[in-house]
Design a binder for this molecule. Structure first.
Ligand code: DAH
Length: 341
């Protein structure tokens, strides 16, 4: 009988030596000492058929073998577990001496920064921020702004039409009308927004750009109020020494109308590259709200008067930051934008 035991032991040693992975150790345990179909378990069951004396002897040998097998499998499993843990630790190793990686935070676009500065100045003067749609009907785009039926701005060469009646707004002046319809005078609003024109993109043009519109309507408002307001704005924007001048001009929705210039923030008026030697920089259009415009929205021009102005953000942004091409503002090149962090 002890031969049989030796044979089993040798067989187990062979099995043991062939195990290569942790799962193999588990299989080995099932195969040899598993409760259901283990080789030794079956061997033990057969003891019942032996004579009492032999049963005791063989039982003892089998028990010894079983203890040995279990110990060997435990050792093997332990080795695999140690190896697995070591591998995991190596894989998860963190080099605490490496320099940290800094999170890259986003930041505002230069146009947004400029828009917010302008908004802050007017809000501090009691203006409210007004918004209007970018898609407008002919009424808001043209009719309500007193733009005559044959005016070139209405043409399909200048304006992006979406249908017979709908077009992308070509100026934020449309928001004047919304503001006067939504509110009762006295009103003071500032309306920044995108506008669209059928221009070929180049260094100074983009078919989409930004304007800021201003509108004030109250009793007894005069051109003096417009001048004072713009003067206050440019001084807060460019410094207390900034001068302004008005050049008569024509816009259908104001009468009289004027172009506003301010003294160059770079050279102070002596002439430089920024102001192309003239000492002045164009800011935008302005004027006293046309009586037809007031009447169109149900405001009596005999009682109320007002002024309006509109300025372009892109050119101003380009001048202030020394950009030689406004298209830089729309390409979203990170190398450009990161400079405004
Ligand atoms: N909307 C005009 C433009 O885009 C600018 C403008 C001129 C706005 C006179 C005004 C204004 O409010 O009174 O060229």
């Amino acid at each position: 009988m002890s031969e049989r035991i030796d044979q089993l032991r040798a067989e187990f040693e062979r099995d043991l030596a062939a195990v290569e992975a942790e799962a193999g150790a588990t299989a080995l345990r099932d195969r040899w000492v598993g409760r259901k179909s283990g080789v030794l378990t079956a061997e033990m069951k057969r003891l019942g058929g032996l004579a009492p004396e032999e049963r005791r002897q063989v039982g003892q040998l089998l028990n010894e073998l079983k203890t040995g097998i279990e110990a060997a499998i435990d050792r093997l499993s332990g080795e695999f577990a140690v190896r697995r843990e070591a591998a995991q630790l190596a894989a998860e190793r963190i080099d605490v001496t490496l320099p940290g990686r800094r999170e890259v935070a986003g930041h505002l676009h230069p146009i947004t920064l400029l828009r917010q500065r302008i908004e802050d100045i007017f809000v501090s003067m009691g203006y409210q921020i007004e918004d209007g749609p970018e898609i407008e009907t002919e009424f808001y785009n043209f009719d309500a702004l007193n733009i005559p039926a044959n005016h070139p701005a209405r043409s399909r060469q200048d304006t992006f039409y979406l249908s017979e009646r709908l077009a992308l707004r070509s100026q934020t002046s449309t928001v004047q009308i919304h503001a006067m319809q939504r509110r009762e005078p006295p009103l003071r609003v500032i309306a920044p927004g995108r506008v669209f024109r059928r221009d070929t993109p180049d260094a100074t043009h983009n078919p989409m750009f930004y304007q800021v519109e201003g509108l004030l309507v109250d009793r007894g408002i005069t051109l003096g109020d417009l001048k004072g307001t713009i003067e206050e704005f440019v001084r807060r924007m460019f410094g207390p020494q900034t001068q302004i001048r008005f050049r008569p001009s024509y816009f259908p929705f104001v009468e009289p109308g004027a172009e506003i210039d301010y003294s160059c923030f770079k050279c102070g008026g002596s002439g430089c590259r920024v102001c192309k030697g003239s000492g002045w920089i164009e800011m935008g259009g302005s004027g006293m709200v046309h009586p037809n415009v007031l009447r169109g929205v149900g405001i009596d021009p005999e009682i109320f008067s007002g002024f309006a102005f509109g300025l372009g953000l892109d050119r101003l942004c380009a001048l202030m930051y020394g950009l030689d091409d406004i298209r830089l503002l729309y390409e979203n090149d990170i190398r450009f934008l990161a400079q405004f962090r």
